[in-house]
Every structure is written in structure tokens, then in C-alpha cells.
Write a protein that binds this ligand. Structure first.
Ligand code: N01
Length: 642
């Protein structure tokens, strides 16, 4: 990644610059030009973008205004180059604010400003890095941390602990880093949020080949991060955590692990960080006859790459985000495709979903300092808290209503219009695929027309008849038809609400974590829970976001909070902190009330957002800003000090 972040000199040839500018994202280019030249008059009133929405990347600038902006950019870049390509001194806070105001088309409030400054993270700055070190606070004290999992959040935690000089060991069950991006190798797997924003704020990559890169590109990114951060030597691969047990008398954790050779051992640690993810353990469907099918069958997260689908009829149970990505590939290869859909999905149009990043845009990201940061910032804002009104529940909402409020109605109109248009030649498919429930009741699937085009193929059949059972030869539906299959693929998702399954975690006084939860995981800030001192979750209960932000952002906030907790332990000399039950309960009451004001909280549609009891155990219902504010500092009053 370091190499991909090196800015290359601008060429003498102005035509090359002009050509690249044809692909420029203009709202984020002008702040970059203002920053490198120090000339903030470039942010002209008449070139002010009118909006920040993904569907209109040029912010409503007319073609004439876009041409003017490009002319201005050529002249500015050529003059800057001719003057020696010297980047102006860092802008003042007011100047940065002016650039942000320009880019987002409104005045950045005092509340948001510090968060946005962190997210902007200009090259070679890392505002979230710890400004303290363990030995600087207390060199004598033992502070060993076990991190469970080396996916996106585990790599991040390891990096931060290394920066703070904290002794850490990462236990990873797989043979390499990457977590979900290591395991999900099904054809078509790619990130469905914008890639330039789906990366660590402090390790931005300029040269993403796609706006939504495929799995192997994401895996490379996280693998390179692990190498660049220098954390690999502290990761024990092919090693699984079996039990985690708190020793009350000595105030530390015993982590029982099994290595690749089957041998078991116990690792002691003062703190444990769970970075196991929510979408990790495959879920098989609860239908009769599971295991009866005699042909090859597998889950999407355990793809069997040895199977040649040519000439075969493949059945797929499930139509979620995973299935919507791999089914089009199966349809290209197999002779017959039979899709079994229980509940339809809303599909959000993303025209650039499979598009490579345009050559000129990529060129500019590599040649114009700070441009990549400003573009990432634009994306961050575009997919941020402004989306929340679209999922809000009005007070007069009634069960069965197809929308939850005015914002949700607008969203529904957009999605429904696009789905109807794409399937207009097949009213039967519109009937089968158009949900009657409000958008965002469950996860909206991202698509660029590939899904309806797949359904329109003659050899692809969408069955909405409920499954009665799986048989040795295929699937029997309730109408009595047995659908004969050669291969069966389960696109049935993950055991998301069963956090930390199948590990056994035993806290203070022998309390079992899963028993305490009773099937309904909760935590304070999604990070700590009573009876489990110095045990921290990343991507824990109620930290998943649905429409605003990315989970990388959440992980950065969570790790920041964990660092604050460890710092407190080092400074105070306390052995452990245990979340207060009243604080935890009051927090969760608020979370539950918040989720009941969101489409996913009131809808009865099945989704991985809910636990078996029907409570939303996964999602964060509030703003990104609020989570940042709550995790920025740790308040010792929230904890029992041990
Ligand atoms: O899993 P899912 P997924 N009988 O739980 C069906 C992330 N992700 O792996 O809706 C019949 O969404 C189930 O039906 P229903 C993303 O956050 C991200 O697809 O419950 N059907 C549903 O259709 C996503 O949301 C990316 O009625 C049964 C499907 O199986 C999350 O992972 C890519 C059934 C499960 O869908 C999970 O997505 C992929 C049964 N008994 C995933 N049981 C990217 O960023 C389940 N189903 C690209």
C-alpha cells in the first residue's frame, strides 16, 4: 500500500492532464487544488456543488459549470507544476472548514467538525493513533491482550496495540488474515459499499481498481495492511479459541486454544478483545431433510471450487446479498438454475457496482496530492447520517404498512421504480420479487441490473413456493413438486445473533456469557458487558449499521474506546473494569427504543438483524456522530473498579 500512496509527478503534457480531468470527480477535486496551492479562492461560489448524493457524483453542476471547473483545474495544476509542485503549508482549521463546506454544500457544524477532521486523515497523518505508550504510563505493569480474530477489526486492534506498546497476541482460526474476505471466495463476492470509503482512515489506498472491488482485492488490502503494520509475527494462525475463562482471584483471563496440530494450551491475558465478526458462522436452513440431498451441497461461505457446473442443474436456497452476487455467475455456467426465495428483497441501484475506476480518475488520484482524501471524505458524507430519515418510523405507522414514514416512502418509490422498470417485460417476476414490506426492514441488496437480468434468463427459475423438505434428489416444495437438482448451494447467511458461537466464555463468579444473554446479545456501547471484566467486543451487539456509514468506521471508534479503557487501567492501577449493570441496562433500553424508530425494528420480516426473540441485536439505530462521541472517551463511572 505504501507504494500505492506515493504521489507521482505531474507530466509536462497539459493534454494528459486535460484528458484525465474528463473522468474527474469535481466536487472533491477543487478542495484538493485549494489545499495544494493554498489558493482558496478556487472554491468559487458559482462552482458550488448543490448536493452530495451517490446518484449524482458531480453534485448537480451543469455540463457548462463542469467544463469551467475542468478548465480551472488544468490551469491550476499546470501552474502548480511549473512552480515546482510544492504543496502549500497545511491549511488553517478555518480553511479546512471552508473546503468541507464547499464539498458537502452546507456549513459543517461544530459537533461534526472534529469527527470529520479525523476521517479526512490527510496522507501520513493518523489522528486516531494513541498519543501515549504503555511503558510511558506504567512500565512495570503486565498488560497482555489476546485478540480473537485477524479480520478487519482484529488487524486494526493489533495495529493500535502495537502503536501503544501493549503486548498482544492474535488468535486466528484460519491460515491467514482477512476474516470474511478470506473465507467468502464464492464467485462474484465483492464489497457492496463504496470501496474508497471501505478502508482504514489511516491506511487509505489510492488505486482501488473498482468502485466496489472483488473479494481478492479486499483480501490483498487487508493482507498488505497486516504486513505493513508489522503485526504478523504476533498472529497465531490455524489456532482456534475454545474457552475463555476469567480467574476471579488473579483478575486475568485464561484463553484455551487448539493449534493446527490438535494440541491445546492456555494463554493468560489481562484483557481479551473479541474480533470475530458477526457474519462468521454459516447458518444452515431449518428445513426438514437437511443432509438428505445425495449430490454435492455446500454453504456460500464454504464454496466448493472443485465443482464444474456446466451441464448441471443447481438449486440455491436464499436470495440475500451473498446469493444475489453468486447466482448470476452460476447462471452463466450451469444448464439450469432453480432459486428458492422465501422473502423478497429490496434492490438498490448502483450503476457503478461492477465498473472499473475510470483511467483518468485513477490517474488524478495518483498525481494530485490530497485528492484521494477529499474523495474519500465526499463518500463518507454521501453515505452518512443524511440517510437516517429514509428509515425513520412515523408515530402513525401501523403494522402491515408498506412504508414507515415519508422518507421511507421516497426510498420505496426510488427502489420500486427501478425494480419495475427492469422487469417490465415479466409481470410475473415483478409479482414475485417486489416486497410488500418497508425498505430497510432487512438489508437492501445492492445491484446494477445484474439480478433482474439473471432472472430474465430462460434457464433460471425463481420459486417462491415454500420448501417442504430437502430430498435425496432435490427440493420438495409445498405444492408437491420435487425440483430435481445436481448441486445444492445454501445462500442462507450466518448465525449473526449468536455472538462468539461456539466459544464458551465464562466471566466473574462462573457466569456463562451465552447464558447471561439468554439468546439475546447485549453490550454497553456494543463493547463491554457486566460480569466480563476487561473483555471487549469489536463489531459486537448493536454496532452494525444499515444505511449510514461503514463498519470500518465503527471498528475504529470501538478500538479507540478499548484503548481508552486500557489507558485507564494503566494510569489508575486498577486491575480490571467491569461494566455496571444499571449503565448497561439503561443503555440497552435506549438502543431498543431507538431501533423501534427504524424500519428494521418494527417490521416482522425475517432478517439477521434480529435475535430469536425478535429483538434487534445487531443494529445501531443512531447517528455516526453519536457513536463517535460516546466512544471517544471512557468514563470510569460507568464501571465497577476491581
Ligand atoms: O445472508 P442473509 P447473506 N428457507 O441472511 C434465506 C453481508 N454481505 O449471506 O429473507 C428458505 O442476508 C433467507 O430468506 P429470508 C451483508 O451484510 C455483504 O446473503 O430469511 N430460505 C435469505 O434470503 C448481508 O446482509 C456482502 O426469508 C432461507 C438468505 O437465506 C449479510 O452479509 C456480500 C432459510 C440469507 O440471507 C448476510 O448476507 C454478502 C430457510 N429455512 C454478504 N433460511 C457485501 O458487502 C435462510 N433463508 C458484498
Amino acid at each position: 500500500m505504501t507504494s500505492s500512496r506515493e504521489i507521482q509527478p505531474l507530466p509536462q503534457d497539459n493534454d494528459a492532464i486535460r484528458k484525465a480531468l474528463e473522468d474527474a470527480h469535481l466536487p472533491s477535486l477543487l478542495p484538493a487544488l485549494a489545499q495544494i496551492t493554498g489558493d482558496h479562492s478556487l472554491l468559487r461560489d458559482d462552482l458550488f456543488p448543490e448536493s452530495v448524493v451517490l446518484a449524482d457524483p458531480q453534485g448537480g453542476l451543469s455540463p457548462e459549470k463542469q467544463a469551467e471547473a475542468r478548465d480551472l483545474a488544468v490551469t491550476t495544476l499546470a501552474a502548480w507544476r511549473d512552480a515546482g509542485s510544492v504543496v502549500a503549508p497545511p491549511p488553517s482549521l478555518e480553511q479546512v472548514r471552508g473546503m468541507m463546506d464547499y464539498l458537502i454544500g452546507e456549513h459543517v457544524s461544530d459537533e461534526y467538525l472534529p469527527l470529520l477532521l479525523e476521517e479526512l486523515a490527510f496522507a501520513d497523518t493518523d489522528p486516531r493513533a494513541p498519543e501515549w505508550s504503555k511503558n510511558g504510563i506504567n512500565a512495570e505493569r503486565s498488560m497482555r491482550v489476546v485478540i480473537i480474530g485477524a479480520g478487519m477489526s482484529g488487524i486494526l486492534a493489533a495495529h493500535r496495540f502495537k502503536q501503544a506498546g501493549i503486548d498482544y497476541t492474535v488468535i486466528e482460526k484460519n491460515a491467514d488474515v482477512g476474516g470474511t474476505w478470506f473465507e467468502n471466495t464464492y464467485p462474484g463476492a465483492r464489497v457492496d459499499s463504496s470501496n474508497h470509503a471501505y478502508s482504514y482512515s489511516f491506511a487509505q489506498k489510492f488505486d482501488w481498481p473498482y468502485h466496489h472491488s472483488p473479494q481478492e482485492v479486499l483480501l490483498d488490502y487487508f493482507s498488505e495492511c497486516a504486513t505493513e503494520f508489522g503485526i504478523r509475527d504476533n498472529i497465531r494462525f490455524n489456532t482456534e479459541v475454545l474457552t475463555v475463562t476469567y480467574d476471579d482471584a488473579r483478575a486475568f483471563w485464561e484463553v484455551r486454544v487448539r493449534g493446527a496440530d490438535g494440541g491445546e494450551e492456555t494463554i493468560e491475558a489481562e484483557a481479551v478483545v473479541s474480533a470475530v465478526g458477526q457474519l462468521n458462522r454459516p447458518k444452515m436452513p431449518d428445513v426438514a431433510g437437511g443432509g438428505a440431498f445425495e449430490g454435492p451441497s455446500f454453504h456460500s461461505a464454504e464454496w466448493d471450487h472443485s465443482i464444474d457446473f456446466a451441464g448441471k442443474t443447481v438449486g440455491i436456497i436464499g436470495t440475500g446479498s451473498s446469493a444475489s452476487q453468486f447466482i448470476p455467475h452460476l447462471a452463466d455456467e450451469a444448464e439450469g438454475v432453480r432459486i428458492f426465495q422465501r422473502t423478497p428483497n429490496w434492490y438498490a441501484p448502483a450503476p457503478n457496482y461492477h465498473e472499473e475506476v475510470a483511467e483518468g480518475f485513477l490517474w488524478l488520484l495518483k498525481h494530485v496530492p490530497t485528492y484521494a482524501q477529499w474523495y474519500r471524505f465526499w463518500l463518507f458524507w454521501a453515505i452518512s447520517d443524511g440517510f437516517l430519515p429514509m428509515v425513520e418510523v412515523d408515530d402513525n405507522w401501523q403494522p402491515g404498512d408498506g412504508v414507515t414514514g415519508e422518507g421511507n416512502r421516497q426510498l420505496r418509490e426510488l427502489l420500486e421504480g427501478s425494480m419495475r422498470k427492469q422487469l417490465e417485460s415479466r409481470p410475473d417476476l415483478i409479482e414475485k420479487t417486489l416486497p410488500d414490506f418497508p425498505p430497510a426492514s432487512k438489508r437492501i441488496v445492492v445491484d446494477n441490473g445484474t439480478w433482474p437480468n439473471t432472472l430474465l434468463k430462460e434457464h433460471v427459475h425463481l420459486t417462491t413456493e415454500p420448501i417442504e423438505r430437502i430430498t435425496p434428489r432435490g427440493i420438495l416444495t409445498e405444492d408437491g413438486e420435487e425440483h430435481e437438482l445436481d448441486v445444492l448451494v445454501y445462500g442462507t447467511g450466518f448465525q449473526a445473533s449468536k455472538f462468539l458461537t461456539p466459544m464458551k466464555v465464562v466471566g466473574r463468579g462462573g457466569v456463562d456469557m451465552h447464558e447471561q444473554w439468554g439468546g439475546d446479545a447485549r453490550a454497553y456501547l456494543g463493547i463491554t458487558m457486566p460480569n466480563f471484566p476487561n473483555f471487549f467486543f469489536l463489531y459486537g451487539p448493536n454496532t452494525n449499521i444499515v444505511v449510514n456509514g461503514s463498519i470500518v468506521y465503527f471498528s475504529e471508534c470501538e478500538v479507540q474506546y478499548v484503548l481508552e479503557c486500557l489507558k485507564f487501567l494503566l494510569e489508575s492501577g486498577q486491575q480490571a473494569i467491569d461494566c455496571r449493570t444499571d449503565v448497561h441496562d439503561a443503555y440497552n433500553e435506549r438502543i431498543d427504543a431507538g431501533n423501534l424508530k427504524r424500519a428494521w425494528g418494527v417490521s416482522s420480516v425475517p432478517s439477521w438483524y434480529k435475535s430469536a426473540s425478535g429483538r434487534v441485536a445487531q443494529n445501531w439505530p443512531f447517528t455516526l456522530l453519536e457513536y463517535w462521541q460516546q466512544t471517544k472517551r471512557m468514563d470510569p463511572a460507568d464501571y465497577v473498579l476491581l
